[in-house]
Write a protein that binds this ligand. Structure first.
Ligand code: HEC
Length: 214
């Protein structure tokens, strides 16, 4: 009997907490819709939602430690990867809060950086993995191009003698996949090709473009 009461009590406390969080989160959004409240309230609502989602994620990670390994952090520990541009200035200038056409939030800036970096880090993972590249001779890109060295993405398009035509970066990636790596070429919109291009370009951050250069 006592356990049943305790259980009922616990359930109602949990329900009340969830309701409170939900109400707090919605309050920010509802207030903004009704009276055109400030962007900081919208941002606060979004950040509250994000914090709630992060809290759920943390809980899930604690329960599933094996499945929750952070592959992005692990890949960044293994290999030097250049970070994406810092866009926090956007919150200060004309495009920042209060401006008619801008109104970016901290959450936008965080999300852009995270998503961009994730694609580049995925490229690093494939670049360093003979199996992911489909190599039949256990060869990966980094064996000849450590940390993306000597890939010169800034020189494309350029005429490549071994293909007898002007090629793009992705054609050269495919040339290396077919020849030294001995794998199957990737379609231009294959997610692996897109990630490889992203990684190779990211590693040359700050290098001026100079197409056609040998
Ligand atoms: C066994 C060594 C080797 C491996 C492995 C290798 N490459 Fe290459 N890569 C080369 C050589 C040699 C060249 C120069 C070819 C040329 O310009 O004629 C080259 C050229 C390139 C270029 C063009 C560089 C420039 O200066 O224009 C890119 C891009 C490139 N490789 C990407 C890759 C990628 C991506 C992988 C993995 C899928 C890879 N390579 C694997 C040897 C290798």
């Amino acid at each position: 009997m006592q356990t049943r009461i305790r259980r009922a009590l616990l359930t109602s406390v949990c329900a009340a907490c969830a309701l409170l969080l939900w109400a707090a989160y919605n309050h920010g959004i509802a207030a903004d819709c009704s009276d055109g409240a400030s962007e900081s309230e919208i941002a606060a609502g979004l950040i509250a939602g994000k914090l709630l989602a992060d809290a759920h994620m943390d809980q899930w990670k604690r329960k599933n430690p094996e499945r929750a390994k952070d592959w992005v952090a692990e890949e960044k520990e293994r290999h030097a990867i250049k970070p994406p541009a810092d866009n926090s200035d956007l919150l200060k200038g004309d495009q920042g809060k209060g401006h008619k056409y801008g109104q970016y939030t901290e959450l936008d800036i965080l999300m852009w950086a995270r998503e961009t970096e994730k694609m580049v880090v995925d490229g690093s993972r494939i670049f360093h993995d003979a199996n992911a590249l489909g190599s039949t001779v256990a060869v990966s890109c980094d064996m000849c191009h450590p940390d993306g060295a000597n890939t010169h993405p800034e020189t494309y398009p350029k005429f490549q003698a071994q293909m007898g035509r002007t090629v793009l970066l992705r054609d050269m990636i495919n040339w290396c996949i077919e020849h030294p790596v001995r794998g199957k070429r990737l379609d231009a919109d294959d997610s692996k090709m897109r990630a490889l291009e992203a990684y190779i370009l990211a590693q040359r951050k700050g290098t001026p473009l100079n197409y056609g250069k040998h």
